[in-house]
Write a protein that binds this ligand. Structure first.
Ligand code: DP6
Length: 364
């Protein structure tokens, strides 16, 4: 599919005042997207677990306008409080998507959004937030053109979400999503995420991700800036080859249930991501001393117990502790007794692999 496939077929209809609501999860990349080109196109394919508990719910209230404008007018409420913080990012999003959903300029909007995770948790809300908003826009398209198929609906939602934030392309569906062309993944695309197309070994069903909140502050370097620093990066070309190889291997691991190999790939990806940051120009470090302390504790515990706990990191200091469901009792004890002291105010989020977004408006 190319971008033209997502052009809008005008029905000449205008919706009267109404609203749509979607809940969309966050996701954690196991194979990392770090480096992009063009309009939000990834330099390598990435793969993520869709999360379950960490999500954003967004209501998009639309009112038809008399005079169509270039960029739609909108206001944003987070947890019922009006805020302008997210307006620039959403304005860019509307601008990027309007060629594909030109009807959006026929309305003005109030956007009501809330996250299940705390604002200041350091967890990026852009993946869940942008995908929830993209799904709301797609529900408007569906109201205007009820004949669009479910497959088209979700593909285009992921396509639009990507234009808001790359990783958001992976938040529309569950439970494992690939975004970016990869030769081992049939029908994979740089334009949108697809569900992992092979049967997943039962050991990964209900896999856990306990997110340890090491540093809840604002990140010193944004993801967007970090992606840009991959241009002219001395190790960029080999990093993209490494990610592609790792996805190849992980695809087999996920099908065969090879936990030892899973750990090696996932931890290597996390550390390679941060190695790219440390070797950028300018260089930067997002890990904190407690990030490293937790990693060392995990390695020590794994060696002593032969359990299959491992970690991954996103673009920040927080640690995602990953483990299979049948080891949860022992590993939860370990987290509570040995890792929580390294978290800011002992804060953490218990999450697990999830099934993707849901429409709330359809049920009400
Ligand atoms: C380290 O999706 O936040 O989490 O496309 O600029 O919005 P933009 O970047 P973003 O980058 C995510 C980076 C990452 C890895 C990943 O999720 O694959």
């Amino acid at each position: 599919m190319n971008t033209e496939a997502f052009n809008y077929r005008d029905t000449g209809k205008i919706l009267s005042k109404g609203n749509v609501t979607w809940k969309s999860p966050s996701n954690i990349a196991l194979i990392k997207y770090w480096g992009k080109s063009g309009l939000q196109l990834p330099k390598n394919a990435s793969l993520s677990f869709t999360l379950n508990a960490s999500s954003t719910s967004t209501t998009l209230e639309f009112r038809p306008v008399d005079n169509v404008v270039n960029t739609p007018e909108f206001e944003v409420y987070v947890d019922t409080e009006k805020t302008d913080v997210f307006k620039p990012k959403i304005a860019v999003f509307f601008d990027r998507i309007k060629n594909y959903v030109p009807f959006i300029t026929d309305y003005k909007y109030s956007i009501f959004t809330k996250n299940t995770f705390p604002h200041s948790s350091g967890i990026a809300s852009s993946a869940s937030g942008m995908s929830a908003l993209a799904l709301c826009v797609m529900e408007m398209e569906k109201k205007l053109n009820p004949s669009i198929t479910e497959d088209y609906f979700y593909k285009k939602a992921s396509f639009l979400a990507r234009l808001g934030s790359g990783s958001a392309a992976r938040s529309v569906k569950g439970s494992i999503v690939v975004w970016g062309v990869h030769e081992a993944i049939p029908d994979s695309s740089d334009l949108y995420g697809i569900g992992f197309p092979f049967p997943i070994h039962p050991v990964f069903k209900n896999f856990h991700d306990t997110i340890l909140l090491v540093d809840k502050g604002q990140k010193p370097v944004s993801s967007s800036l970090g992606h840009n620093l991959m241009e002219n990066h001395p190790y960029a070309a080999s990093r993209f080859v490494q990610a592609t190889d790792n996805l190849h291997k992980l695809s087999i691991v996920l099908q065969k249930g090879l936990l030892k190999e899973f750990i090696e790939i996932v931890e290597s990806e996390a550390l390679s991501l941060h190695a790219m940051m440390m070797t950028s120009n300018p260089y930067f470090i997002l890990m904190q001393p407690n990030t490293l302390a937790i990693i060392n504790k995990i390695w020590q515990f794994r060696k002593e117990t032969n359990t299959h706990v491992c970690f991954t990191l996103d673009a920040g200091a927080n640690v995602h502790v990953l483990f299979p469901d049948d080891e949860k009792t022992e590993i939860n004890d370990f987290i509570n007794n040995e890792l929580l002291p390294y978290c800011q105010n002992n804060q953490y989020i218990c999450d697990n692999i999830g099934t993707g977004s849901t429409s709330i408006s359809q049920r009400s």
